[in-house]
Design a protein around this ligand. Sequence first.
Ligand code: ADP
Length: 492
Amino acid sequence: MLLPLVALMYDIFFVSRTDEVIFLDKEQRLEALVKSINNDFSKNLESQGEASEISSTLLQNEFTRVVEPQVQANSGIRFGLYIPQTEKITVLGFLHNYRNLSQAEEAEREKEIFASTKPGLIATEASNEPLFRISGSWNDQVVEYISPVVLNKKVVAVMWVEERLNPFFSQSSYFGKLLRYFTLAVLAIVMIGALIIIRSLTTGVDRLKQGLNNMEKDIHQLLPDMPGELGQVAQAVNRLAVGLTEKERLEDQLRQSEHLIALGRLATGVAHELRNPIAIIKTLVELMKQEYSQVSGIEEFTRAIEEQIDRQDLEIQELLDFGRPTKVSIKECSVNDLITGVLSFSAAMLRRQKITVVLDLDSNLSKILADTEKLKQVFVNIIVNAAEAMPDGGTLEITTREEASLIQIGFSDSGEGIPAADTLKIFDPFYTTKTTGTGLGLSISYQSIQLHGGTIEVDSDLGKGATFNISLPVIPQFYDRSDLLDTKNSGH
Ligand code: ADP
């Protein structure tokens, strides 16, 4: 943009000024010449008589007489006289005269001169004012000084002198003009281009600003795709936001697992405290059965007590499992076989609860490496929960699929469902909505699936049922969880 501007400045302040000086110089010279000729001419005519008596021949003769000596002294200058009455011109002197012309050529030359000078002559006659002008074609320009010849306040003729402009000068001023327009055009194009760039930059910046505002409210709202360097900035900010979200997620996970570890230690302690008195009660019941076997009805009482002890034992076992998971034992297994195995021993319970099981198992599933006992426990927990969510019967659909080395297992029931706000809480230890529940089933299941490098999620429509989706890698990346393998000192 600087270059066209400099060119334009140079043209305006230097080139056009030079033109002005050249023209002024020529105008002054031609004006002085015309004035001196006109003076002599007018004086001579005045001495000849009244304006009305002066004939065109006299005008021509007088003009020739006055101008002839000037022609010799001013080569390269043409002198002309126009007589409006007869519409005739007399031309003396040459702008450039290479050879003598024939009469016909002379007549043709005069016709041409008259045609090109006529507008100026008529304008001067009408205005009675001298006129300085440029005429001719772009590469052959002449400057003319035209002046009226006035006798007794009457314009009797119009005279002019003209000089050819150096063709180099006229061409250079022509190219000067061309250069000026070209510079202006370049300047306009550059400015339009700059405006377009500025506009696209400001709209880009506006989008970025809007995107950043949205991101400030919600870090998950990433910046839109943008072209150019702004796009690269947006991508860098997006990467930062994604990294930040991931960091927050990991921190949450860490907090959760620290929380779980503390809870696990507590649960182990409680389970130990409960286990001792229960063991004593169990022994006492055994003794009672032996000592008072002859007392009628004793068997019924001891069986009731034993049932309660067994239930309590199970719950204590859950507490212990939660707080002090057993060692992991990995072997190759088929998920479909594990599911059908679990279903075979829950069949009676499901039948009793009028629950129809629909199986949609993919027979081409890859075998996986897993702790079968833990996975079976997970499936049992989910199936028992589903049954409890359908007290009046319903359908439990179990599906298995394999996608990208991941085994997807779905358990869909038509039970009461889970309120949206509780879908995350159900995996928390001790969260239960049941009067007799421990709230540990899903929490332990969550741990087991995580241990296999998988995920477990719930999707639920309140009143319509719940779907538990488990995703397990075919070859699991077992977490380095020495705490899970240590049976003495840790939670999980
Ligand atoms: P518990 O069964 O002892 O309550 P869980 O951890 O197994 O403990 O379950 C936690 C809670 O999750 C349950 O009390 C219940 O409110 C909810 N829940 C689990 N599975 C389902 C289901 N299929 N339908 C509805 N609610 C469920």
